[in-house]
Design a protein. Structure first.
Length: 401
């Protein structure tokens, strides 16, 4: 090969001579889609975690959906067909994905987030700036009450949706904003960010922390795990070994937790108890192990959006009797997976390991029920009330007394 083409080395002339080649390649998409359908069905048939297929006749299901194959005209049709067939299993952690060059999207758009939160009733008036967002910098001077005048030197029209001015085919490196502050013109430059979802969640967690500190007079530790990944595990262990051991109780919040696979490490840490004490001459008695969370009251918070590995953690927490679970039942969305790729790049995700509590109940159907049921409705959310967290503080305070 030479420069990506087949060539022959001409030693006498000390050069390479290209070799002309030609070929014809015709793809039979109908045959390809049929083969993918067969292989996807077979992979599930051989690897699905429940040998009874959640009560579904998987062979009959194949026959039913196979009848639609002659009418599959494109890859989008194939995705719909296979995902509908997989959906018959009523299982989480599964799906079929497929992409082809014929589906390449050439035009896209994205919203350039800044970290500025605007008023709902006055959509061009600043309400506040999100902590640790790109607008929350020492050099950027934006205050509540500022009114947006221009975006990248374009005068805004208050009758147009504000997002129009922040939506572009690609993310700008910098965006210029102009505000009116009581008659004074304020110009700022901000590096936009793709999303502020993480900032909003951090703000929610910080407000929860303030609430717990205030209502417990700093006696109760609070920690929220966003997911069950290694990064959040490290944050959990750091918080537990720097803050919790100095306090009298713990609230572990798994609400809105999106899962992962660190439940075992979390439960091992929380299960530690004091088994002896030691001290140096004339020193204070120190417990062993150094950290013994199980000696203190612990409450676990869950809701209907605690899912996947958060459910494993909640189930283990209940089985080990580490404390009370408060909130609502978990999402019932927990299976560990494998997957198979096909020659064209398509992929089917396979729910391969079921998760069961000590009574033998499949968590995919049973979930984890709280010991104390406390719902949180829409009015609570918009009015920033948290009855679940309030009840957790109340229950731990009883134990501390």
């Amino acid at each position: 090969m030479f420069n990506g083409a087949i060539a022959k080395l001409n030693i006498d002339a000390n050069k390479v001579d290209p070799i002309a080649t030609s070929f014809v390649f015709r793809r039979n998409l109908a045959g390809e889609f049929t083969q993918i359908f067969e292989e996807a069905w077979a992979q599930v048939e051989q690897n699905f975690y429940d040998e009874k297929f959640h009560g579904v006749d998987w062979t009959k299901t194949k026959t039913n959906y196979q009848a639609y194959l002659p009418y599959v005209n494109n890859r989008a049709d194939l995705r719909i067909l296979l995902n509908d067939m997989l959906g018959e299993l009523n299982s989480s952690h599964q799906g079929f994905s497929s992409n082809g060059t014929e589906e390449a999207i050439r035009l896209t758009s994205s919203t350039m987030e800044t970290g500025i939160v605007f008023e709902n009733e006055k959509p061009f008036t600043v309400k506040y700036v999100l902590s640790k967002s790109n607008a929350d910098k020492k050099s950027i001077n934006i205050q509540a009450g500022d009114v947006l005048l221009k975006v990248n030197d374009e005068v805004v029209d208050s009758k147009i949706d504000r997002n129009y001015y922040f939506t572009k085919p690609s993310l700008d490196r910098e965006i210029k904003l102009q505000f009116n502050r009581g008659g004074q013109v304020i110009d700022v430059n901000i590096h936009p960010q793709r999303t502020i979802a993480g900032n909003l969640q951090d703000e929610w967690i910080a407000n929860n922390q303030k609430m717990v500190d205030l209502k417990s007079n700093n006696r109760i530790a609070y920690h929220c795990m966003k997911d069950m990944g290694t990064g959040e595990l490290e944050n959990f262990l750091i918080d537990m070994t720097q803050d919790f051991y100095q306090k009298d109780a713990l609230i572990l919040d798994l609400r809105y937790n999106t899962g992962g696979n660190v439940h075992d490490e979390v439960l091992k840490f929380l299960s530690q108890k004091t088994y002896l004490r030691w001290k140096y001459r004339e020193g204070k008695l120190t417990p062993q192990s150094n950290f013994a969370p199980s000696d203190k009251p612990i409450v676990l918070l869950t809701n209907e959006q605690s899912l996947s590995d958060a459910e494993m953690t909640a189930s283990g927490f209940k089985s080990l009797k580490l404390g009370k679970i408060i909130g609502t039942g978990t999402y019932r969305w927990i299976i560990f997976t494998s997957g198979t790729g096909f020659v064209d790049g398509s992929f089917v995700r396979l729910p391969s390991w079921g998760c069961y509590n000590m009574e033998g109940n499949d968590l995919e159907f049973a979930g984890v029920s709280p010991d104390i049921y406390v719902p949180m409705n829409f009015e609570d959310r918009i009015n920033k009330r948290d009855p679940q967290l309030s009840r957790a503080i109340e229950e731990i305070t009883k134990q501390l007394k």
